[in-house]
Write a protein that binds this ligand. Sequence first.
Ligand SMILES: *[C@@H]1O[C@H](CO)[C@@H](O)[C@H](O)[C@H]1NC(C)=O
Ligand SMILES: *[C@@H]1O[C@H](CO)[C@@H](O)[C@H](O)[C@H]1NC(C)=O
Ligand SMILES: *[C@@H]1O[C@H](CO)[C@@H](O)[C@H](O)[C@H]1NC(C)=O
Ligand SMILES: *[C@@H]1O[C@H](CO)[C@@H](O)[C@H](O)[C@H]1NC(C)=O
Ligand SMILES: *[C@@H]1O[C@H](CO)[C@@H](O)[C@H](O)[C@H]1NC(C)=O
Length: 217
Amino acid sequence: MATWRSPVYWGLLLLLMWVGVCSSVCVEVPSETEAVQGNNMTLLCISCMQREEVYAITNVEWYYQPLDGNRSLIFEYTEGKPREVTSPFKGRLQWNGSKDMQDVSLVLHNVTVADSGQFFCNVNRTLHFEAHQHSTASHVKIELTVKRIKGHDFTSKLSEIMMYILLAFLTLWLLVEIVYCYRKISKAEEVTQESVTDYLAIPSENKESCPVPVEDQ
Ligand SMILES: *[C@@H]1O[C@H](CO)[C@@H](O)[C@H](O)[C@H]1NC(C)=O
Ligand SMILES: *[C@@H]1O[C@H](CO)[C@@H](O)[C@H](O)[C@H]1NC(C)=O
Ligand SMILES: *[C@@H]1O[C@H](CO)[C@@H](O)[C@H](O)[C@H]1NC(C)=O
Ligand SMILES: *[C@@H]1O[C@H](CO)[C@@H](O)[C@H](O)[C@H]1NC(C)=O
Ligand SMILES: *[C@@H]1O[C@H](CO)[C@@H](O)[C@H](O)[C@H]1NC(C)=O
């Protein structure tokens, strides 16, 4: 709730805006780790190149490890082509990497709760300099949690319902109060009316001893 106040948030926002302006700058932004069942999820993996000007060959392997199982290959990018391998995700993965191969993200379509687990993005890059080659490797781990419903929507729906219930209750209470007051007032008026007539019915010589005062005479 208070995160928007924190300087870290504003710093990050400024950084993102700055990145948006100078799009040539590469920033290794971490992936989202929460998805909602039925949605599409971008498994973001960014591996920035240290030297843009050199010729590089990039190979990528994406692995998946379920909560209670072994790690297995689900997607790879080799020899300049993306390739989906046989896995429980086959048909639901889409390459969304950038041309310069600094963004090597995947989109997972129609996420299910069973997709929760760890995704690993391994990037090998060989930089070709004039006289030598230089290899780099980077590893990104994404711990994916899949929710059945959008939590925020659920709580906001719930508070909305609570608000309506409260409103209905308050209206009802107000009505009851009004009716009660009205009846009380009319009863009191009746009583005054009766006492006035009683008072008037009393013989005049006894009027001074009557405890009921009558103002308007
Ligand atoms: C997911 O992606 C598919 C294919 O691009 C699209 O048809 C579908 O509408 C997307 N679903 C959601 C929930 O965004
Ligand atoms: C990266 O290099 C390591 C070691 O040579 C190899 O085991 C791994 O499969 C390579 N990964 C990719 C994505 O090419
Ligand atoms: C994980 O791998 C080990 C050894 O390769 C194997 O014995 C085990 O059955 C595997 N577990 C699952 C859940 O596939
Ligand atoms: C795929 O990548 C492009 C640019 O790299 C981005 O604009 C787009 O939002 C990405 N698609 C998804 C589904 O993340
Ligand atoms: C998403 O997956 C569920 C269960 O795996 C399936 O019933 C549903 O038809 C799928 N939706 C789309 C748009 O592919």
